[in-house]
Ligand binder design. Structure first.
Ligand SMILES: C[S@@+](CC[C@H](N)C(=O)[O-])C[C@H]1O[C@@H](n2cnc3c(N)ncnc32)[C@H](O)[C@@H]1O
Length: 326
């Protein structure tokens, strides 16, 4: 058995979490295999949060063992690395732009993906290809991957995901008015008063991918695995590829001050429709503040999340029951 807790940070987070939720060893830790024993919190019934690197955890997970993956990954990879993260936490910018107040609205920090170099994009491609390889291995046949992106990097990440064998089934477009983009040229705002350097972003793409069905028809796949499609909005209305969802509300940000928190309204919509028969386990590899797991807890869906950062792991462990109760 390898060492169960690798870093001081992990130990600290595990200690903090014990106060608010029960820490237990995952079942895999009892097995006589070489599997890593990651710290696990159970912040709500049916919900497990694991302090782990997603790719490492997925590599150790059994094949065909999750029914959907719903996630919001680190789009640019660099924004959550230690160097950029330290700058964010010190309020020192870096790839995280902390824009000034504008028209009375104070902007939240946003990562600047326009600074990605060709080498960063190559790293992005290899990371998402490796991620998608593991995702299609652990998903049951017909299980969906629903993955957030943004218009600047989605072509790169979605192509990498498809290259690993998952079938692209469309995109879910979230209509969301943000304060990203739309600015006049920096330092020459008066001279070029009529120019927007980039469009003000008003939508967010979520890639929809499916692991190939194993049965001859979707109906047979639904019977065998419970997967293959989405739950309809109602008897008269199919699941649609567009959804309106404003950024997370102040009350959600106060509970979970993560720079990339997704709103409960959106996460409940996705988690509530990604299991066509309402049966199975949803996995969020990049759990952040735990918004996917909180949505699952609210809907009574079983879910597992992994988060690599010890502070976000501790934040999510205490935030999940509170977000779920909103
Ligand atoms: C975009 S944020 C997710 C935010 C989340 N959707 C929410 O609503 O709070 C991505 C998260 O993935 C985590 N992360 C980055 N790389 C990871 C990895 N290899 N394994 C697990 N977590 C990782 C980051 O620490 C960050 O919290």
């Amino acid at each position: 058995m390898r060492k169960s807790v690798k870093t001081k940070n992990r130990k600290e987070a595990a200690t903090k979490v014990t106060a608010t939720s029960r820490l237990k060893q995952p079942k895999a830790a009892k097995a006589t295999t070489e599997r890593e024993a990651f710290p696990v919190a159970q912040p709500a019934p049916g919900i497990e949060l694991v302090l782990a690197d997603a790719l490492q955890w997925m590599a150790e997970r059994d094949e065909n063992s999750v029914h959907a993956i719903v996630t919001d990954p680190p789009y640019g990879l660099i924004e959550f690395d230690e160097r950029e993260h330290t700058k964010l936490r010190k309020g020192k910018g870096g790839v995280w732009r902390i824009p000034p107040s504008f028209d009375g609205s104070k902007r939240s920090p946003l990562p600047r993906f326009t600074v990605l170099t060709p080498a960063d994009r190559e790293r992005l491609t290899s990371f998402f290809a490796a991620f998608a390889y593991q995702a299609q291995r652990i998903l049951v046949p017909g299980g969906h991957l629903v993955i957030a992106s943004n218009p600047l990097v989605s072509s790169t990440t979605f192509a990498a995901i498809e290259s690993s064998g998952l079938e692209k089934r469309g995109e879910l477009i979230r209509i969301v008015k943000t304060l990203r983009g739309g600015d006049r040229p920096k330092g020459s705002e008066v001279e070029f008063a009529g120019v927007s350097v980039m469009p003000r972003s008003s939508w967010e793409p979520w890639g929809l991918f499916r692991k190939r069905i194993s049965e001859a028809t979707v109906a047979d796949n639904l019977r065998k695995w419970g997967t293959g499609g989405f739950k309809r909005l109602s008897a008269d209305e199919p699941f649609r590829d567009i959804v309106e969802a404003a950024p997370a509300r102040d009350v959600e940000r106060a509970i979970a001050p993560h720079p990339s928190i997704k709103p409960q309204k959106l996460m409940r919509h996705i988690v509530g429709h990604v299991l066509p028969l309402g049966k199975g386990v949803v996995y969020d590899p990049f759990a952040g503040s735990g918004s996917t797991l909180a949505a699952a807890a609210n809907l009574g869906v079983k879910a597992i999340g992994t988060e690599r950062d010890a502070l976000y792991f501790a934040m999510a462990a205490q935030a999940i029951p509170k977000l779920a109760a909103l």
